[in-house]
Design a protein around this ligand. Structure first.
Ligand SMILES: Nc1ncnc2c1ncn2[C@@H]1O[C@H](COP(=O)(O)OP(=O)(O)OP(=O)(O)O)[C@@H](O)[C@H]1O
Ligand SMILES: [Mg+2]
Length: 267
């Protein structure tokens, strides 16, 4: 598989007063074209820091101590701000767990789409948006486009957010805890939706989650993070049935109930 993204020896720390807190330590992995990778690990293990490094949105006190993030061979850590703006949203998109917090509350959904097209110098194409919303099973997409974000339910806002992430045909979609803020039924719907996205769009994905059930039900390959380090990498089957590390085994056991709960809705 041709690599789309290569993260090499990524090391990121946060400056807190006079000390450096290492959040990501020497992490390397590759993501192939059309491959879906999940990054799992407990809270604070450094998952979001990896995502923010890829999209160039690390907080001000973060320091990339070492490493490279090659996207189609170009090091994302060395982009100029204008090059970065071109890539984000168009080549690389991200969805978060709280979509409503990331949608402009003062603009109707239609205008949020329009802004996105225009920010990337692409002519606004409402037909394309409607088609995509239909594909993502948004009921009554016309009405959704005329709504303000707060008028949408959590599940619907997440679909709109996914549509915004996909509409400019990016090569890479990053989902940072896309399901955690949702209740179990909606969570299962979003899992199903992401599985459909991977089937109907030619896209690579990085799914970040603390839930190994969500990870193994969507991804081709799962990376397990613990305290900033990559402890294990394997297929869903290997991770669930033959974990190499004790840490992964514990993670599998601790999420089993939720996993079974989600799976009973997915299938
Ligand atoms: N701006 C910041 N300043 C200082 N420390 C930070 C900052 N952001 C994150 N951290 C710390 O870095 C570590 C990794 O955080 P990160 O958010 O990447 O973890 P995560 O795996 O995404 O966790 P969660 O599952 O809770 O989202 C944690 O110890 C966190 O407290
Ligand atoms: Mg996080």
């Amino acid at each position: 598989m041709k690599p789309l993204l290569e993260v090499r020896e990524l090391t990121v720390a946060y400056k807190v007063r006079d000390t450096m807190k290492y959040a990501v330590k020497n992490v390397s992995f590759t993501l192939g074209e059309d491959e879906v990778l999940a990054i799992v690990g407990e809270s604070g293990s450094g998952k979001s820091t990896i995502a923010l490094s890829i999209i160039g949105a690390l907080p001000e006190n973060a320091v990339v101590v070492r490493g490279k993030i090659l996207f189609k061979g170009v090091d994302l850590l060395r982009l100029r701000p204008s090059e970065r703006r071109d890539i984000n949203g168009k080549e690389i998109s991200i969805i978060y767990q709280d979509p409503i917090a990331h949608l402009n509350p003062l603009r109707k959904v239609k205008l949020i789409f329009k802004d996105l097209f225009e920010d990337h110098g692409v002519e606004f194409n409402i037909q394309k948006v409607l088609e995509l919303l239909r594909k993502l099973k948004v009921p009554d997409p016309q009405r959704v486009l005329e709504s303000y974000p707060f008028q949408l339910s959590g599940g619907m806002a997440q679909r709109v957010f996914i549509a915004l992430a996909l509409v400019l045909n990016p090569k890479l979609l990053i989902a940072d805890e896309p399901t955690s803020a949702l209740d179990l039924t909606i969570q299962a719907q979003v899992v199903r939706l992401l599985r459909e996205v991977r089937e109907s769009f030619r896209i690579s994905m990085i799914i970040i989650t603390h839930d190994i059930g969500v990870a193994t039900s969507i991804a081709d390959r799962v990376l397990v993070m613990c305290d900033g380090e990559l402890v294990e990498e394997g297929s869903p089957e290997e991770i669930l049935l033959r974990p190499k590390s004790k840490y992964t085994a514990n993670l599998v056991n601790s999420t089993k109930t939720l996993y079974e709960g989600v799976m009973s809705w997915v299938y």
